[in-house]
Design a protein around this ligand. Structure first.
Ligand code: AHR
Length: 347
């Protein structure tokens, strides 16, 4: 028995001493090799050392536009282009975005890129990123902060101008149809309340509407930028208002939901219908509907922002200055011009 216990002791102590030696020696191999940084960034192991590590917090995957936006980031920030991309989907929740950004800070990424779901509530986390000296690039929507030094730059669309374009198109359309002085009833499907896309489009359209005493906005309600909510809210609005002339829908997904609701309710729409449809985004599937005359006009919101992020990071890497904001180019699509743009459309 004593013999067996003795053998066991030898075995155990033998292994423990090997373990102690290993624990002392192994870190020596990595001192100065930057491994600690590699260990902290779980997704960026040692062989990624030469890559620029970018943490991206995408706000969600609510729409076709959003998928195109995410894809454009993935297409631009590739390993071949010199990036290690950590992409996080916040599923429409600000607290998830804040968590993701804090994660990027503790991982010591080189850049933080994020598309804020709403405008308010970012001050604290952005200050944490600034204190950690990590440049922040805001994309798509904007943040409402007093101190602009909390972020490096912003890339996005002029959503207020998009709203105005919708209003100006409606002015021209009513004139062309000889209805400029008729009483016009309008319903608005808004995007996520408090988001730049909702705030800008609502404000821009209302600014034009204010010039027209005969334009009546019967109701503005959020459909959260999704087809399902768009359909539900449109159903309800059709039930509550008999005489809708114009639907302004702040994205294509809600428009598609609203079209389903109108079809089911037996309400005609589009070029030859009772309800004129104004949509935003101009994703391929919606442009098909413009071509068919189901959507009268689609105000583009350009999701191709990945190449801008790449360019800006490359500038910052070279120590060159960048602008405080970059606004991407956008178009307006109607049946008259849509076909010539559809061939090149990848989303
Ligand atoms: O912020 C851009 C908007 O967000 C797009 O219009 C919409 O489709 C998306 O969800």
């Amino acid at each position: 028995m004593k013999k067996i216990i003795g053998k066991l002791k030898k075995l155990v102590f033998g292994h423990v001493s090997i373990l102690i030696v290993l624990l002392c020696i192994v870190p020596l191999f990595f001192v100065g090799g930057g491994l600690f940084r590699g260990v902290e960034i779980e997704q960026a192991p040692m062989e990624q050392e030469d890559l620029i590590v970018v943490g991206v917090s995408q706000l969600g995957s609510e729409s076709g536009w959003r998928s195109a936006h995410t894809l454009s980031i993935q297409d631009a920030l590739t390993k071949d282009a010199g990036y290690f991309l950590i992409l996080n989907n916040a599923r429409q929740m600000q607290e998830n975005q804040i968590k993701a950004i804090r994660g990027f800070i503790s991982q010591r990424v080189d850049y933080i890129v994020f598309a804020p779901v709403i405008e308010s509530g970012w001050e604290t986390v952005l200050r944490e990123a600034k204190d950690a000296e990590i440049p922040v690039i805001i994309i798509d929507r904007m943040v409402d902060v007093r101190d602009e030094s909390l972020y490096t730059t912003w890339i996005g669309t002029d959503t207020k101008e998009e709203g105005k374009k919708a209003g100006r198109w409606l002015e021209r359309y009513l004139r062309k149809m000889g209805r400029a002085s008729e009483e016009i009833n309008i319903v608005v499907l808004q995007g996520t309340l408090g988001s730049t896309a909702e705030l800008g489009r609502t404000k821009g359209f209302c600014e034009i509407a204010e010039y027209h005493d005969n334009w009546h906005i019967l109701e503005q309600r959020t459909g959260d930028f999704t087809a399902t909510r768009g359909k539900e809210v449109m159903w309800d609005m059709l039930r509550r208002h008999e005489d809708i002339d114009i639907l302004v829908s702040q994205n294509d997904d809600m428009t598609m939901g609203a079209i389903e609701a109108m079809q089911e309710a037996g309400i005609s729409f589009g070029e030859y219908g009772a309800v004129t449809v104004i949509s935003f985004d101009a994703i391929y599937d919606a442009l098909e509907l413009v071509k068919k005359g189901w959507i009268n006009v689609d105000i583009e919101c350009n999701p191709v922002q990945g190449a801008y992020i790449d360019k800006i990071i490359q500038r910052l890497e070279r120590g060159e200055p960048v602008e405080k904001s970059y606004v991407v180019e956008e178009n307006v699509f109607t049946k008259e011009n849509v076909e010539k743009f559809m061939d090149d459309r990848t989303y």
